[in-house]
Design a protein around this ligand. Structure first.
Ligand SMILES: NC(=O)c1ccc[n+]([C@@H]2O[C@H](COP(=O)([O-])OP(=O)(O)OC[C@H]3O[C@@H](n4cnc5c(N)ncnc54)[C@H](OP(=O)(O)O)[C@@H]3O)[C@@H](O)[C@H]2O)c1
Length: 320
């Protein structure tokens, strides 16, 4: 594993982290979950990324993780960076969603209970809240750190302008923003439009999600939709579905796959490498339904530099 410093903090993160959004719910096989986590940790993946609502049902991924932590990983707690988040709808009524102090404090308490932890290493506000004053949400992140319930804080899916404001408020409060978690892949490049620049300038880390476009940027959908794939399983809760695996997208993926083969990589490895080529990206948080997907992803670290011609070929493929 290779590690990169997260902004100008004391923390280094593995270039590949593991996320538990899907595949760790009540519908998933417990022993497979265990094996995925073991494969990851044994490969040097020291960072596991969770959120209050991961499941299904919401909360279940934290319960599964807590069980495996107790069973296998407690002796290694100090070797792990564990994150959780709140910001999406979690419980009924007006206090279980968005960015109020009431929601964030209660949600983190619930997450800690589910995982059997005294503290998380990183706590995120999961998405911007257009109604709650940013001062309240950031003030709550600061409070949570002062209470010892999180060591560091971060934000997710904030636009460049609101990111800068959040960073400034947190800096003033004395709890620097450690990291931003945006979606970023060859198929979704919005962060290139200002966000990476802000993070680079402010020396805040960046951990990208859905860098395989939930599996589209792998070779799995090249010849149809496998039954055991994320699309084939007909999941809800933000998971991709058939409508996103269009012939136009697959045409691009086929061309990208040809380039990956020329680079002696799987397409998944090239997709991860492509994100990691930018040093402002601290880590890619990978999703995995099988242990061998974790091993495959780690193969990306054999080569995450690109020749200029390769990059312009990728740009051409994506444009057309
Ligand atoms: N902050 C946020 O708002 C937010 C939002 C979404 C995700 N996240 C975080 O990011 C993590 C990753 O998100 P994601 O699951 O969308 O990411 P992803 O890495 O783009 O997709 C993961 C899926 O791709 C497939 N896959 C992975 N490796 C493969 C390989 N080598 N070959 C073929 N298929 C492979 C698997 O799907 P199959 O089931 O088809 O095998 C896997 O579940 C989440 O777990 C979560 O921690 C955060």
């Amino acid at each position: 594993m290779h590690y990169r410093r997260c902004g100008n903090s004391g923390i280094k993160l593995p270039l590949i982290s593991l996320g538990l959004w899907h595949n760790f719910g009540e519908i998933d096989d417990y022993e497979n979950c265990r094996e995925i986590l073991h494969t990851a940790f044994d490969s040097g993946i020291t960072h596991f990324d969770l959120a209050n609502n991961y499941g299904p049902p919401p909360g279940a991924a934290e319960v599964t993780f807590g069980k495996i932590l107790k069973q296998d990983f407690l002796p290694y707690r100090d070797e792990l960076i564990i994150s959780s988040k709140a910001g999406w709808g979690m419980w009924d009524g007006p206090y279980g969603d968005w960015g109020s102090k009431k929601y964030l404090v209660a949600s983190l308490d619930q997450s800690l209970k589910r995982m059997g932890l005294d503290y998380v290493d990183i706590f995120y506000h999961h998405r911007p809240d257009p109604e709650t004053p940013l001062e309240e949400t950031m003030g709550t992140l600061d409070l949570i750190v002062r209470q010892g319930k999180a060591l560091y804080v971060g934000i997710s899916s904030y636009e460049p302008k609101e990111t800068l404001k959040a960073i400034e408020i947190l800096r003033e409060l004395g709890t620097p923003c450690l990291i931003h978690q945006p979606r970023y892949s060859m198929l979704d490049r919005w962060v290139e439009d200002g966000l990476l620049e802000v993070l680079g300038k402010e020396k805040v880390g960046c951990i990208t999600f859905s860098s395989l476009a939930q599996g589209i940027l792998t070779n799995k959908y090249l010849n149809g939709i496998p039954e055991d794939s994320r699309v084939g399983r007909h999941l809800s809760n933000g998971a991709i579905n058939e409508s996103q695996v269009t012939p136009q997208v697959i045409e691009k993926v086929k061309k990208l796959n040809e380039l990956a083969i020329e680079r002696n990589q799987s397409l998944a490895q090239m997709a991860i490498a492509w994100v990691l080529k930018d040093e402002r990206v601290t880590s890619v948080v990978l999703g995995a339904s099988k242990p061998k997907q974790v091993t495959d992803a780690i193969g990306a670290l054999q080569n995450y530099s690109f020749a200029k011609e390769e990059l312009s070929r990728i740009d051409d493929i994506l444009k057309n």
